[in-house]
Ligand binder design. Structure first.
Ligand SMILES: C[S@@+](CC[C@H](N)C(=O)[O-])C[C@H]1O[C@@H](n2cnc3c(N)ncnc32)[C@H](O)[C@@H]1O
Ligand code: SF4
Ligand code: SF4
Length: 287
């Protein structure tokens, strides 16, 4: 084993935060933004290059949003990821809410990933995931690996979790260490690193509590920061995997066996949506 190498277990590239659904408990809070994050394909391509200039490999390189199938530049972005396929060790999960059928251009790029692509179709039920059967049939014909998650049959670990609550401080640093020890995102998944606006966040909570004005700087880096070398950035990321908690864990509910569970994809009404919306897109969207 080479100690200078850094392979990250799980990274999620956010195409954008635009989504047709308005899930109350959306764990990335795509519903919160008045003007959702909406980067250019050129910017996402540059983020991918930056990422692979800092780290050596990724086991699971997930593509998600928002709703990634609503992102017009998706074929171009996936096409670029193909360049790095030999550094993606396990797979590229593409997670969709089952509302949109992939077009020919997208299908063509997906098929080029061969056994490394894995389309995960969330079936949130009628009126929400209306195209699940068509997507499943089409991907079967094209021989593209696909898993349907039918939430009417299986709530997956008992349902969704509210990670954020009142967005305020909930515990001391010492109590945070106990939460971190049982948090599935930290332990089982070994981090759910997000790529957004040219930054890397250890998990969505680190990003979201940063957006809410708390100091979560021990859990994220700006990949475009010119004052630090790629080597320095790599060392900071390596350090995340040796920590016993992050500042964000003081504010977060975590996700664990005792977490309260909710029915997935409960939809907000337009009135409820107005109340929670914040005009806070603080991320780079173009080069
Ligand atoms: C943020 S979504 C983006 C992809 C797509 N829009 C979708 O919903 O399938 C990525 C994954 O997070 C899951 N998810 C969203 N909110 C969650 C929550 N509060 N608890 C657990 N999983 C959640 C979704 O079911 C989905 O599989
Ligand atoms: S479908 Fe729901 S969980 Fe997925 S991004 Fe949209 S609002 Fe969030
Ligand atoms: S901030 Fe929350 S989700 Fe992230 S590791 Fe800590 S407890 Fe887990």
């Amino acid at each position: 084993m080479n100690n200078n190498k850094l392979t990250i277990q799980r990274i999620s590239l956010h195409t954008h935060f635009i989504c047709n659904l308005k899930c109350r408990d959306c764990c990335v809070r795509a519903v919160e933004y008045e003007k959702p994050y909406n980067p250019t394909p050129e910017f996402l391509i540059s983020e991918i290059d930056k990422l692979f200039s800092i780290i050596d490999g990724i086991n699971y390189f997930a593509i998600e949003g928002g709703e990634p199938l609503l992102y017009k530049g998706l074929p171009a972005v996936l096409n670029h990821i193909l360049k790095y396929l030999d550094r993606i060790n396990i797979e590229v999960p593409l997670i969709t809410n089952g509302g949109f059928i992939p077009d020919e251009k997208l299908l063509f790029v997906l098929s080029r990933f061969e056994n490394k692509i894995h389309i995960i179709v969330d079936d949130y039920g009628p009126g929400k995931s209306s195209k699940v059967n068509e997507i499943s049939a089409l991907l079967k014909i094209k021989n593209i690996r696909c898993t349907i998650k039918d939430y009417s049959q299986n709530l997956y670990f008992g349902g969704w979790v509210d990670l954020y609550g009142d967005y305020d401080k909930k515990r001391t640093k010492k109590e945070s260490k106990d939460l971190f020890q049982k948090c599935a995102w930290a332990q089982k998944l070994m981090g759910v690193v997000e790529v957004i606006g040219g930054c890397l966040f250890f998990c969505p909570s680190v990003r979201i509590f940063n957006e809410h004005g708390f100091d979560t700087s021990d859990g994220w880096i700006d990949m475009y920061d010119t004052s630090a070398s790629n080597k320095d950035k790599k060392e900071i990321i390596k350090g995340w995997y040796e920590k016993d908690c992050f500042n964000a864990c003081m504010y977060c509910n975590g996700i664990h066996d005792e977490s309260e569970r909710f029915v997935p994809a409960i939809q907000l009404t337009p009135e409820e949506l107005k109340k929670i919306r914040v005009n806070k897109n603080i991320y780079r969207e173009q080069l």
